[in-house]
Write a protein that binds this ligand. Structure first.
Ligand code: PBG
Length: 329
C-alpha cells in the first residue's frame, strides 16, 4: 500500500452542517417574531394608503389601513409597532406633535383601541416629522438646533404620546439630556408606567435617505451637530451609558448593519435590552437589489436580521417584520 502523503483531517466542522436538522440543532442565534418591531407611517388626511417609492412594499397608511396593519402584526405575533406621524401641515416649531388631535396622537389612540395590550405600541418622540425645516428640534436665531428649547417641547410631547396611549416613547432626536427630561415629564404627569426606548447610538447616516420620502420631509442642511459621527464607536457606548443613567429602559443602535461593532460594544456595557433599527436605506438596498433579480430578498433579509441578533440585539425594528415573521420556524 502506498504511503499516504498526508493525514486526513480528524477535526471536521462540516459534520455539524450535514443536514438541516443538525444545523438547526446547533444554531447559536435565532430570530423570533416577538423580537421584531414593525415601524409604520400614518399620514394625516390620507384617503388611500400611499406607496413610498424608495421603500418598495412600504406605505404611508391612512388611519383605517393602519388599524388593519396592526391587527395583522398582532396576529403574526410581532413584538410591537413603532408609529411615525406624517402631518398635513408643518411649521418651524413642529406644533403638530403637541396637538392631541394631531395625526400621531390620534393614530396611537386608534391602535390602542384596536389591539389593546397585544402589541407594544411605541411612538417616535422627535420633531423632524413635524417641522418645516426637517430638523429634530427647534432652531435658534442663528439657525442652529437649540438643545434646551427642544427639550422643553420633548417634555410636552412625551406627555401627549403617553396620554394618547403609547406604552413606550422613543426619543430619537439626540438632544443632550432628552431621556432625563422625558422620564421626569412622564413621571410628573402620572405616567411612570410608560417606558422609554432611547435611540442612544444614532449616527448621522446616509442610510436614513428613504425615510425622508416616508415622512414627506425635506431637510435643510444635515444633522451632524446632534447625530453621531460614523467614525466613533466609543462615543456610542458613552451615549448608551448616559441614557441608562438618565432612566432609559431600553437603548437602541441605529442604523444596524453598518454599526454591528457598536451594537456588540454596547451589549457588553449595559444590562438593559438593546434594540437595533434596520433603517429605511438598509431595507431599500435589499428591496432594490431583489427587484433587479440581483439578490434573494427573503434570504438577504433573514441573514441581515440574524446578523443583527448575533451582534447582540434583543429587539429589531425592521420594515420587513410582517413579511419575515411567517418564515421564522
Ligand atoms: C427621527 C427618526 C429618523 C428615523 C427614525 N426616527 C430620521 C432621522 O433621524 O434622520 C430614520 C428611520 C429610517 O431611516 O428608517 N424622527
Amino acid at each position: 500500500m502506498a504511503t499516504p502523503r498526508f493525514h486526513l483531517p480528524v477535526v471536521r466542522p462540516r459534520r455539524l452542517r450535514a443536514t438541516p436538522a443538525m444545523r438547526r440543532l446547533v444554531a447559536e442565534t435565532s430570530v423570533r417574531p416577538q423580537q421584531l418591531v414593525l415601524p409604520v407611517f400614518v399620514r394625516e388626511g390620507a384617503l388611500e394608503p400611499t406607496a413610498i417609492s424608495s421603500m418598495p412594499g412600504v406605505v404611508q397608511h391612512t388611519r383605517e389601513s393602519l388599524k388593519s396593519a396592526v391587527v395583522e402584526a398582532a396576529e403574526l405575533g410581532l413584538g410591537g409597532v413603532m408609529l411615525f406621524g406624517v402631518p398635513a401641515a408643518k411649521d418651524a416649531e413642529g406644533s403638530g406633535a403637541l396637538d392631541p388631535d394631531g395625526i400621531l396622537n390620534r393614530a396611537i389612540a386608534d391602535v390602542r383601541g384596536e389591539i389593546g395590550d397585544d402589541l407594544v405600541v411605541m411612538a417616535d418622540l422627535c420633531l423632524d416629522e413635524f417641522t418645516s425645516h426637517g430638523h429634530c428640534g427647534v432652531l435658534d436665531a442663528r439657525g442652529r438646533v437649540d438643545n434646551d428649547a427642544t427639550l422643553s417641547i420633548y417634555a410636552d410631547m412625551a406627555r401627549c404620546l403617553a396620554e394618547a396611549g403609547a406604552h413606550t416613547v422613543a426619543p430619537s432626536g439626540m438632544m443632550d439630556g432628552q431621556v432625563a427630561v422625558v422620564r421626569s415629564a412622564l413621571d410628573i404627569a402620572g405616567h411612570s408606567d410608560v417606558s422609554i426606548l432611547a435611540y442612544s447610538a444614532k449616527y448621522a447616516s446616509a442610510f436614513f435617505g428613504p425615510f425622508r420620502e416616508a415622512v414627506n420631509s425635506s431637510l435643510e442642511g444635515d444633522r451632524k451637530t446632534y447625530q453621531q459621527d460614523p467614525a466613533n464607536a466609543r462615543e456610542g457606548v458613552r451615549e448608551a451609558l448616559i441614557d441608562v443613567e438618565e432612566g432609559a429602559d431600553m437603548v437602541m443602535v441605529k442604523p444596524a448593519l453598518a454599526y454591528l461593532d457598536v451594537l456588540r460594544d454596547i451589549r457588553e456595557a449595559v444590562d438593559v435590552p438593546i434594540a437595533a433599527y434596520q433603517v429605511s436605506g438598509e431595507y431599500a438596498m435589499i428591496a432594490a437589489a431583489a427587484q433587479n433579480g440581483w439578490i434573494d430578498r427573503e434570504a438577504a433579509l433573514l441573514e441581515s436580521l440574524t446578523s443583527i441578533r448575533r451582534a447582540g440585539a434583543d429587539v429589531i425594528l425592521t420594515y420587513a417584520a410582517a413579511e419575515i415573521a411567517p418564515l421564522l420556524g
